[in-house]
Design a protein around this ligand. Sequence first.
Ligand SMILES: [Ca+2]
Ligand SMILES: [Ca+2]
Length: 341
Amino acid sequence: MEKISLTKTVAIGFPILLLLYFFYLIIFNMPQTDIIGSTWTIGSSGNAWAGNSTMDNATEDNGNHKIKIGIFADNFDDNNLNGWTTTGGNHTVSNGIYKQQTNVVEWITARPTIFSYTSPAVILAKVNVADNGSSLDVGLGWGNSTWSPSTGVFAGRRDSFGRWEIRTNDIVGNIIITNRTMNVWSNLQLYKKFNSYNYTSSYDNVLMSSSNSPTNSQYPYLLGSSQIIQFWDNVRIVPLDPNNNIVTKGNLTTWYDAGIGNEIYQIDINAITPVNTNYTVWYRQNGTGSFTQPGHVYTGNRTISLSPGYRNTDVRVVLNGNQTATPELISIRFTYFSKIH
Ligand SMILES: [Ca+2]
Ligand SMILES: [Ca+2]
């Protein structure tokens, strides 16, 4: 048997050892994230929006807890009336729909419990009347913290007179007489403009206005009166711009500090974008300089790479909607890796 000489062993062994050493260098100098990235989520299946973000003309819906354009929203999808103050009759929520019912002659009201917004705004809502009242139904209003028709504005259908009305301080501002439509879902809007109130209902294509000067510090109301059953959904309060047009843009800003030696290199945006709506994304090192935009206009869910990445990162999502629709932001996920080994 031929013996392998020492020279030969070194000649073969050394390159192999060198190769192993290079592999060692490559593997142990790789960022750990190339193997595993850690994540932190805000929104659905993650941390709460409240306390972890700021919002401008954007709000967390009290029903499905997604972020929408506006200053108040509730689609009742979690089947409760948290966030509302109600009076009169019976108030129940099931299958994501809020039901107001009264069998007697009285006002039945619901308003956001905490509401300090004083500038012009519009109440948007969907309503369906199953049993018409003897007085007001399909009603929206703006009023004081305790509802009083004599100090507020309200509009809707006054069935005993067979007509639609808009009233300010209980004085009729406009009347439209049309045929009644029942048991269909309808879109309502009551604008509180700079110089007037305007009411629209898709029930009978009603459009009414009252020119009395609006007052500040009013609460938005969902109203009915006297022997009615009506259902509500998709309530949203949205500010108006100086031209009395509905604001179609809002944003949410959140942040995450990935900790010493870590770098956030990717965010995943989970969102619903109805037709003709979209969103943009901006980021920066936490509290430093201006925001930069890593991409363009997005719809649906998006994974966005951040380069450069930072340990502590601010992310801003700008929602672009229209007069009736808003994008819905479901969650934002930060992904980061460790730069230390
Ligand atoms: Ca709720
Ligand atoms: Ca609903």
